[in-house]
Design a protein around this ligand. Structure first.
Ligand code: COA
Ligand code: ZN
Length: 316
């Protein structure tokens, strides 16, 4: 089936602005604003929201209030409120805060793992394994994110064999079946997405595979359609297109949630999200951040939105 024709198929868009987005903001967004945003995103119909990170507050001070945010949100049944976790300490905090799912993070690149998590890939994997075992005893959903799956700003290409090896170890040794391939600094392109997903898919059924793209080089939405063509149904995105890893040079925003949902809807996919409400939320979010954001649909409006001719100058 062509990826261009959704024909009513469902695509799951997972919101990461509160985590991937806010971790790269210079300012600290007040806790009550974060809580309000989670509740607004819930009301828009998003079914999975990454609420915060349980990481070292010294490493990511913007998310030092993770417990308070989880404490303050109004949980809607059926919505998964997730958190990023790098180690057992983070898992203990996530369990205490009653996160529904933890996203255990490591990098496919040894250099990026050391820059971001201050240890070797193997040491991070051991931490993930221990954290996953703890999550199992708490009955918590567990997923793993593999940063730099499509390339690394320090090492360049990451061989497909490395990605396959980490996926296999996460599944077989750590018992984690839900895996996110993350394009941390926007190095993916459609043919690479197609190739890598084709290699990973046989051991990762579609329900378990997420793609996480940054729009660093403008290829974000093209990569999503390549991912759909390769059989992927789950994609991360950030409201207003903010985001980036503080420990990866050149990192910029995630693909933008409302732009992604707009692109999917005009192509005939179902996302189960109130797009108008989401666009309004993105506008409020931009005001809250106090600077321009990369989101495009919030500026232009939906494809068939009419504009008053007398309010515009001559077309270029
Ligand atoms: N939550 C809160 N505090 C934590 C923690 C966690 N999950 N993990 C470690 N710490 C604390 C320790 O208690 C210790 O505190 P102390 O100095 O007051 O005793 C301190 O952090 C250092 O602990 P250590 O185990 O030596 O960690 P580190 O300094 O080597 O840092 C990480 C390792 C993984 C904790 C840190 O690099 C980190 O949190 N990175 C996250 C980066 C990130 O979120 N990047 C973007 C997302 S991909
Ligand atoms: Zn990211």
């Amino acid at each position: 089936m062509s990826p261009w024709c959704g024909q009513g198929r469902e695509i799951h868009v997972q919101e990461v602005a509160l985590r991937d987005g806010l971790q790269s903001e210079v300012g600290f967004v007040p806790t009550e604003e974060k809580i309000k945003l989670v509740d607004q995103l819930t009301a828009c119909g998003l079914k999975k929201i990454e609420v915060s990170s349980f990481v070292s507050p010294r490493a990511v001070p913007q998310l030092a209030d993770a417990e308070a945010v989880f404490q303050g949100i109004t949980r809607r049944p059926g919505v998964i409120y997730a958190a990023l976790v790098p180690n057992v300490r983070g898992m203990e905090r996530a369990i205490a805060a009653r996160a529904d799912e933890v996203n255990l993070v490591m990098s496919a690149s040894e250099s990026h793992n050391r820059a971001n998590l201050r240890r070797s890939g193997d040491a991070s994997f051991q931490a993930i394994k221990e954290a996953a075992a703890l999550a199992a005893t708490a009955g918590m959903r567990v997923a793993a994110s593999l940063s730099c799956s499509f390339g690394c700003p320090f090492e360049g290409e990451i061989p497909a064999a490395t990605i396959l090896l980490w996926c296999r170890r996460l599944q077989e040794e750590a018992g984690i079946h839900s895996i996110s391939l993350c394009d941390t600094t926007g190095m993916a392109y459609p043919a690479l997405v197609h190739e890598l997903v084709g290699l990973v898919r046989p051991s990762s059924p579609e329900a378990n595979l997420t793609l996480h793209f940054h729009n660093t080089r403008g290829l974000g939405l093209a990569n999503v359609f390549a991912g759909i063509d390769a059989g992927v149904l789950h994609f991360d995105a950030a409201l207003a297109g903010i985001g980036g890893c503080p420990y990866a040079p050149g990192a910029t925003g995630n693909i933008c949630t409302e732009d992604l949902i707009h692109a999917l809807e005009v192509s005939g996919y179902r996302c189960g999200v109130d797009l108008d409400a989401l666009i309004a939320t993105a506008g409020d979010f931009e005001k809250l951040l106090g600077h321009a954001t990369p989101g495009q649909v919030m500026k232009a409006g939906r494809r068939l939105r009419g504009h008053r001719a007398d309010q515009h100058g001559p077309a270029a």
